[in-house]
Design a protein around this ligand. Structure first.
Ligand code: E4P
Length: 215
């Protein structure tokens, strides 16, 4: 399973990119708004840092508006992926973009049927939101399992991005279920990295080493 970072914060992207573990970035209108900066400028800066797919989301709810936005966004960088909400109009836009060779990421997926529709319309990626399903008392991870299963049975090559990740267990469960990618917030990368026994171990190694220097 590959890792994307789910943020529009340049410092977070630079830091995790230096770890050498991310192969893409996802943003959404809320993440962009949090940065309080010009959308296209942020997306351009991200694409100059990370050499991989960068999802930028359209705001329009009509097919023609989505296509207009998408055609502007793809001019920013060759790695831009157009993120489109899972709606009727969204599917129509995905169909057109996919026939033009533009990569798409269908977002706000909450059922396997939605994922199937998006895949059949030509989506490059689908983004099932597991955290938001957990929030309403559903089991988010079973959605990933269902989509993986259905896509495998029918040889669908649309990649599954486990999204709305809240903690490391989500990442591990998505990996076990067979998601191709997890898009992970910065703070979850830190949780995945840390283990108290690692810190205790380093501390002990250094103390033992220091005691040798005094002999
Ligand atoms: C994915 O592409 C979305 O940007 C993101 O994972 C949504 O996560 P949230 O439910 O934490 O807002």
């Amino acid at each position: 399973m590959k890792f994307f970072i789910d943020t529009a914060n340049i410092d977070e992207i630079r830091e995790i990119n230096e770890w050498g573990i991310i192969s893409g970035v996802t943003t959404n209108p809320s993440l962009i708004a949090k940065e309080g900066r010009n959308f296209k400028e942020v997306v351009k800066e991200i694409a100059e840092i990370v050499n991989g797919p960068i999802s930028a989301e359209v705001i329009s709810l009509e097919k023609d508006g989505m296509l207009e936005e998408a055609r502007e966004l793809v001019k920013i960088h060759k790695n831009i992926v157009i993120k489109i909400p899972m709606t009727k109009e969204g599917l129509k836009a995905v169909k057109v973009l996919s026939s033009e060779g533009v990569k798409t990421n269908v977002t706000l997926i909450f059922s396997a049927n939605q994922a199937l529709l998006a895949a059949r319309a030509g989506a490059t990626y689908v983004s099932p939101f597991i955290g938001r399903l957990d929030d309403i008392g559903n089991e988010g991870i079973s959605l990933i399992e269902d989509i993986v299963n259905v896509f495998n049975v029918h040889n669908i090559d649309t990649e599954i991005i486990a999204a709305s990740i809240r903690h490391g267990i989500h990442v591990l469960d998505a990996a076990k279920a067979g998601a191709h990618i997890s898009t992970i917030p910065y703070k979850v990368f830190l949780q995945m990295l840390d283990h108290p026994l690692t810190d205790i171990g380093i501390d002990k190694f250094l103390k033992d080493w220091d005691s040798l220097q005094t002999k």
